[in-house]
Design a protein around this ligand. Structure first.
Ligand SMILES: [Zn+2]
Ligand SMILES: [Zn+2]
Ligand SMILES: [Zn+2]
Length: 336
């Protein structure tokens, strides 16, 4: 029997249809990595990309080539940039075509998943997210910076080498403004943060929680759009990602690695995407927004019904996904 659920944050509906025959086929497993001879992100090939905007561990320019473990560079093929064409400048009046597009190269080594980074590389990547959000916010001309990751073939990644991206724009993307609207309405009615309420009830219900420690919780949302979708939250109310402490980000990055290793065990190294949602730069929603990370393995292709309706058919109930992931979480090494 199918069941329909609605997500209180984005408003999308999900049809949970566990009896449908087209369950996500077990992913075929990881394809062998290609040669890294021409990979622009590998150590030794730095001349193929622009000068780094920042790198970790921090150090002198002279030590950069030898020492970098994580580096941030400008995207060579930006979706948005400040270099406008004359055509654009004639037609655009709002500056919406302007933006910043950066790439976080997460390792010197040619690996293709966040789960395979060393724990230092994972933590530095997250500290680099914070550093860039703080710097871009400081420029005071951008409304929002979206951080996201495509990993492995089938995720939208065009380069195999593990990396994530930031796209800053003058507008707040609609998925985020929808969340903000729901959060504002909830706050107006109940004087509480919608996300804090959801976290509290997920922890109390304990049906969909994958992991929880004193600072962070990960659960499969009740209206999961995709099989094995997971959301990761700081438990304490925190609107802006860039206001997070170093220790919180280090912990969160390691939890994310362990989650991805749990996917790898359960689903044979699937492609996946993750993205951050954090309060827009210039906004008063301190009281009602709450940063979080959304992650989902790419096991199914979004079809016509989903595009037509923004409703999703999910054949793996989140309660089932969470149960499996909890088992895997115990099996994978936390300190790989
Ligand atoms: Zn590489
Ligand atoms: Zn909150
Ligand atoms: Zn969100």
């Amino acid at each position: 029997m199918s069941e329909v659920r609605q997500d209180p944050i984005s408003g999308h509906r999900v049809i949970l249809a566990p009896d449908r025959h087209n369950r996500p086929a077990a992913y075929d497993g990881q394809e062998p990595l290609s040669e890294n001879k021409t990979c622009p992100f590998c150590a030794g090939h730095e001349e193929l990309t622009s000068n780094p905007i920042c790198w970790y561990p921090p150090g002198t320019q002279e030590a950069y080539l030898r020492n970098w473990r994580v580096r941030v560079i400008a995207n060579k093929f930006p979706a948005l940039s400040t270099a406008t064409t004359s055509l654009n400048s004639q037609t655009a009046t709002t500056g919406d075509h302007e933006g910043i597009h950066e790439v976080f190269v997460e390792s010197r080594r040619h690996i293709d998943s966040f789960g395979e980074l060393s724990s230092d590389e994972a933590a530095w990547t997250w500290l680099a997210y914070r550093e860039r959000l703080l710097a871009i916010r400081q420029q005071k001309q951008w409304a929002y910076a979206q951080i996201f990751k495509n990993s492995r073939r089938g995720s939208g990644a065009s380069v195999e080498h593990s990396h994530s991206q930031l796209l800053a724009s003058r507008f707040v993307p609609s998925a985020l403004s929808t969340e903000l609207r729901s959060a504002a309405e909830h706050h107006h009615r109940n004087k509480t943060c919608l996300y804090c309420s959801m976290i509290e009830s997920e922890i109390a219900g304990n049906q969909r929680v994958v992991m929880k420690d004193k600072d962070l919780v990960a659960f499969c949302p009740a209206a999961s759009r995709f099989p094995y979708e997971v959301w990761l939250f700081p438990i304490t109310h925190l609107p802006r990602f860039e206001a997070s402490t170093t220790s919180l980000l280090e912990r969160a990055s390691r939890i994310l690695q362990r989650l991805i290793r749990s996917f790898d065990r359960e689903l044979r190294c699937p492609p996946y995407n993750y993205f951050l949602h954090t309060a827009p730069f210039d906004s008063p929603q301190q009281a009602y927004f709450h940063w979080h990370l959304e992650i989902f393995p790419r096991l199914v292709t979004t079809g016509g019904y989903e595009w037509a309706t923004n409703s999703f058919v999910n054949t793996v109930p989140p309660e089932t996904a969470a149960r499996h992931l909890r088992q895997r979480w115990q099996q994978v090494d936390a300190h790989q």
